[in-house]
Design a protein around this ligand. Sequence first.
Ligand code: HEM
Length: 626
Amino acid sequence: MPVLSDLLQLFLPHWWNLPLYASAAYLAISRGLPSFYVILPRWWNLPLYLALIYLGATRDHLSERNLYDTYLPGERPANISCAGINTAARTLSGICNSLDIPDMGAAGTRFARFVPLNLTYGETDSLFIPNPRSISQNLFKRKEFKPATSINNLASAWIQFQTHDWFSHGPTNDPDHLMTFPLPENDPLRTTGQTKMSVRRTLKETHPSRPATYTNINTHWWDLSQVYGYTEERHATLRSFVDGKMKVADDGLLPVGPDGLDIAGYNDNWWAGLSLLHNIWVKEHNLVCDMFKANYPTWNDTQLFDHARLVTTALNAKIHTVEWTPALLQDKILQVGMQTNWNGLTPKWLRFIPPIFSQHVSEAFYGIMGGKPDFAGVPFAHSEEFISIYRFHSLLRDNITIRSHVDNLENGNSYDISEYTFRGAQDVIRGNKFSDVVYTFGTDNPGALVLGNYPAAMTHLDKPGAPSILDMGVIDTLRDRERGVPRYNEFRRLFSLIPAKTMDDISDDKEAVAALRTIYGEDVESVDLLAGTLAESPRATGFAFSNTQFQVFILAASRRLMTDRFFTTDYHPDVYTQEGMDWIENSDFRSVIGRTVPELNVSVHSVDNAFKPWIIAEHRNNETFV
Ligand code: HEM
C-alpha cells in the first residue's frame, strides 16, 4: 500500500478538490486502510451500532497515523530505576507507571505530537498574520453572553480541573524571549499610547535539524496530580500524615497559602470553579480514607493514602468518561460509546467468560478497564495538538451570582471575572455557604464554545505575577502558531478530515462565515485552528464542540486509559481491594457531591447527570430524586 499511496500523492497532490466521496475513497486507499476506515462527514447520522463501529475504526486509523514520539532513540533518561519503589501505588512524579520505560508520562517529560514531526516547526514569517489582536477583539470577544444551555457551570470548571491534571507548560513562560507585534491601527489600546503587544514565548528545548520540543511540568498520567502534587516538596504541604488524609482547615475547606490561593497540588490560573472542585475531591479522598480505615484498621498512613489515591483517581476518570463527556456530547452514540470504553457491553452475569478474544473484541465486551494495555507502538504522552483543542476559555461566565440552594434566591453576592479569579476565589468560596456556591454552579450555564463568546475580561486579564495584562484571545492564537500546531485546514487534512475548500465550507452559520471573512478574507488555509473550530458547524447532534476537535478526542480519550497500568493490568482487587473497586463501581458525580456536600443530595439528584443543569430549587418537587 505505501507504493500505491506514494503514486496517488504524486498524481493527486490536491486530492481535497475531488468530490466528497471520491476524496474519501482516495484517503482510504492512500492510507493503506488499516481498518475499514472511511471518512463520513456526518457519521452521527449512522444507526447506533454502525456509528460505534465507525468510531472504533476511526480510533484505530488515527492510532496508526497520528502518534509521534518526540524522543528519538537514545534520548530518554536511562538512569531511572523502579527498584525500591512501591509499584502497587501511583508515584508522585509519575515514574514507574510503565515498568518498561520508567520515565514514560513522568513530570518534566516532553509532549508528544499528533502530526508528523517535520510539520511542527513553529511559525516564523506568518507568526503574526493575521494580527492576533484583531482575531481576539473581532472574532473572539463576547458582545453578549451565549450560554451552553445543555450543561451547567460545573462542567466548565471540571474540564480545566482535568487539563490541570493532564498538562501544563508551566506558569511563567520564557522571560527572555518575547513575541512582539504592532497593535492594529484602530485598536482601543492605542488611545493609551500603547502601540505594540508582547507575549512571552513558551519555554522549549531546541534540537539541531528538527523542530523544538516542549515539556509538561505536570505528569501526563490521569492521576489527580493537580490535587496531590507532583513533587515531594509540594505534596508534603498537602498531607496531614494522619490516617492517609489530606489537610483541611478548621472550617473543613482547603487551607490557604500566603499567596491567597488554596494550597493544592497545582493552583495556576485559579478561580472559584477550581477551588470548588479541589475542595470536593479532597473531601472525597478523606471519606475514602475513612472507608479503608474501617475495613483495614491495621493499615498505616501511607497504605491508607496510596489506596485512597488509587480509588479517587479512578473514580475521577470514570466520571469524566461516562458522565462529563456524554454531557458535553449529548448523543446516544457517545453515551453508549463511553460506557463501552469503561465497562464494555457485556452484562455482569456473563462476565465469568474470560477475555480470550483479540484486544478489540475484549475491549468491546469488557471495556478498557482491567484489560491489556495498548500503546499502539508509541510511548504515552499528551500532545500539543491535544492541548490546543481544549482552549475552552469561552466557557467562562462574566459573572457568578450566588443563589441559595434552599429557595434559589440571590444572597446579594455577585462576582465578575476580576473578582472570582486568583485570590478572589476565596471571597466566593469562603464568603458564602459552600453548598450555595456549588448549587449556583450546578444551576448556571457556562458559555457556548462558539465565536464571539470569550468574556471581554479575559482579553484584559490581570494575572498576579504576569509581566503585563494578558489578552487570552491573543495568547491562545499565538501559542498554536508558535508551537507549530497546524492551522485549521491543514489540521483537518492531517486528521483525515475533509478540508474546507472555501470559507463557506467551515460553517453553516452565515454570520460565523462572514466574521471569519473579515479577518481571513478568502484565504481558507490561513484560518487558525481555534477560530475554525469555534466557527465550525454542523456539529453532531447535542455536541458542545466541533467535529474537528472530536476527531482528536477519539484518539486521545481511550489512549489515556489504555496506556495506564493502573487502569489496565493493575485495575484489580489485588491492587485496589474489593472495597475500593466497589466504591468506584457504585459512585457517580452525584453521589460524590451528595456525600461531600450533603445539603445538596436532593438538588444534585434532580438530574440524571450532575453536569446537566440541575432543576432549580423553586421548581423542584423535593421528591424528585433521579
Ligand atoms: C478564570 C479561569 C481561567 C483563567 C484565569 C485562565 C488563564 C489561563 C492562562 C493565563 C493561560 C496560560 C497562557 C499562556 O501563557 O500560554 C491559560 C492556558 C490554558 N487554559 Fe485557561 N484559564 C481559565 C480557564 C480555563 C478553562 C475553563 C479552560 C478549559 C479547558 C482552560 C483551558 C486552558 C488551556 C487548554 C490552556 C493551555 C495550557 C498550556 O498551554 O499548557 N482555561 N489559561
